[in-house]
Design a protein around this ligand. Sequence first.
Ligand code: NDP
Ligand code: 8X3
Length: 253
Amino acid sequence: MLDPRTLTLIVTGATSGIGAATVRRFASAGAKVVAVGRRADRLESLKAEFGDLILPLELDVRDEKATFEAFASLPAPFADYNIVFANAGLALGLEPAQKADMDEWKTMVETNITGMLTTVRASLPAMVERGEGHVVFTGSVAGDYPYLGGNVYGATKAFVKQFSLNLWADVAGTGVRVTNIEPGLVETEFSVVRFSGDKDKADKVYAGYTPMTAEDIAEQVYFACTMPRHVNINRIQCMAGQQTFNGLTVRRD
Ligand code: NDP
Ligand code: 8X3
């Protein structure tokens, strides 16, 4: 297994949920982390927790110019990052397509697809050049399995899955690895965001069973990233123990 103290990560979506838990998992083990997100106060909290291991980077991944500039001008020792966790993302709404909000669709595409691509394109050449790196994505079971109201969100995660596989086809042999982590239900701020701040509605998503935690997913990222360098974990898909698939549905008259 790789020594975590040799790892330097860029983590997008570090202010909450899976990203924040991943920052804590790696920093606790001695890795250095560039923690990216829009809520600066939360990034500063991570810095207060782990000191010099954390570089807070306030950034909206939809801002292509700012993302390229920020990644190109990281100070030592963060400039030699060897893991990029393209995790920032969101779902908005759960309406069927015929009622969905076009602006919400665009925000999901701009964040989960274009923001993710910007994150990768702005960081990948330096890792290929150094002959060492790892791009990790947060995909979703929603990228494989359809559900009512998952329309554009699930489609963005299908994009992440296929881009991840195609990226591996491009970089295999360069020293850069590629992994797509594909969770089912994880209790984070995800549903609060999806339901525009309606906490009661969000809480119902996780009621009556035990959802996965952000720490469960961070452990999978840690596992994939600390595998010896001759191993590439292509995909990890996981679900809560009480979650399963919808059967094929018949709408009867
Ligand atoms: P959270 O809402 O808790 O975290 C989302 C993170 O994304 C926040 O840190 C947020 O930071 C960041 N983010 C959103 N938009 C932007 C942006 N434009 N620029 C920079 N950062 C942004 O949810 P999760 O931790 O659950 O979500 C993380 C990833 O996991 C997402 O890609 C999500 O689709 C995926 N996922 C979640 C599952 C779940 O059930 N929770 C299951 C499967 C996948 P800030 O607002 O501060 O910018
Ligand atoms: C989030 C998981 O099942 O809520 O990607 O879509 S789910």
